[in-house]
Design a protein around this ligand. Structure first.
Ligand code: PDD
Length: 281
């Protein structure tokens, strides 16, 4: 495998960043994960728009123009011979002697890009069975709309899910409403067949898969409500599912050990999963 690191394509095993990189010391950086199908990046424009927004919110300089970044992304996919898989890109505020305040203007941001092949049949197998989630308190900071590499609460939540034999942890705010998963957006389907997902303010990451699913639902005539929902409402829902670039649409069959619907993957989630790539660009 080949990784792109600050202007060079290097063997993945020996690619490295400096010990005083601010991403390493302070989690002072942002990232994107983008699906690859047929050798193409899915929803590249939306991912690059969100990367730009995350960088702007944190006042990190862009490492290169959008056009140049697009070329490097494609080249990294090509050099790794990825047809179906994922691309990871990360930008940090760069290398500087440790000091919490920003380094002096002109310090170049650090850019790393990797690409890997993923066997998509594993996701399809999970989707055919449906996955389980647990719920945990959402103890993250109040700017999770920024796709920052500071993911410790997310890692702890995902690990707790693993240890409970679940696929994902749904995070619950202090008022009892589900915000999102540790690395996915959260959805339910009401008895009337209306999709419900939390509105995207600073309390969730506005997923690209979420946005593209809005497009698909508009095409299919499926109604969506953007509002909060509680764990109890989710457990009583007709269906539940989660979305992300890595999972697409993944049906949920149990929440905290209580079956959702009839305990099998929902037909609406399954249908949307099968059609997703018809609208993704
Ligand atoms: N995670 N919410 C959180 C907290 C996420 O980390 C992600 C993505 C999403 C879904 O966003 P999108 O549809 O753009 O992938 C929601 C990526 C996949 C990750 O961290 O690996």
């Amino acid at each position: 495998r080949i990784a792109y690191v600050n202007g060079s394509y290097l063997p993945h095993g020996s690619a490295a960043v400096h010990i005083e990189d601010r991403g390493y010391q302070f989690a002072d950086g942002v990232y994107e994960v983008c699906e690859v199908t047929g050798g193409r990046l899915v929803d590249e424009t939306r991912h690059l728009n969100r990367l730009e927004r995350s960088l702007n919110e944190l006042k990190i300089a862009s490492p290169m123009s959008r056009g140049a970044l697009s070329v490097v992304l494609r080249e990294t996919v090509r050099r790794n011979r990825v047809r179906e898989g994922l691309v990871y890109m990360q930008v940090t505020r760069g290398v500087a002697r440790r000091d919490h305040a920003f380094p002096k203007p002109g310090t170049p941001p650090a850019l790393v890009i990797t690409a890997k092949s993923v066997d998509m049949s594993k996701g399809d197998a999970n989707a055919a069975k449906g996955v389980k989630v647990i719920t945990l308190p959402d103890n993250r900071w109040e700017r999770v709309d920024i796709k920052s590499v500071g993911l410790l609460p997310n890692c702890l939540a995902k690990q707790a899910a693993r240890e409970a034999g679940a696929y994902e942890a749904w995070l619950v705010d202090k008022d009892g409403f589900v915000t999102e998963g540790s690395s996915t957006n959260a959805w339910i389907v009401t008895k009337d067949g209306v999709l419900v997902t939390r509105y995207a303010d600073n309390g969730i990451l506005k997923g690209i898969t979420r946005t593209t699913l809005f497009d698909l639902c508009a095409r299919e005539g499926v109604r969506i409500e953007e509002r909060q929902f509680s764990v109890a409402e989710a457990q009583e829902a007709r269906e539940c599912f989660l979305t992300s670039a890595t999972t697409i649409v993944m049906p949920i069959v149990a929440i905290d050990g209580r079956p959702v619907g009839n305990g099998a993957p929902g037909s609406i989630a399954t249908d949307l999963r099968s059609k997703f790539h018809e609208v993704a660009e």
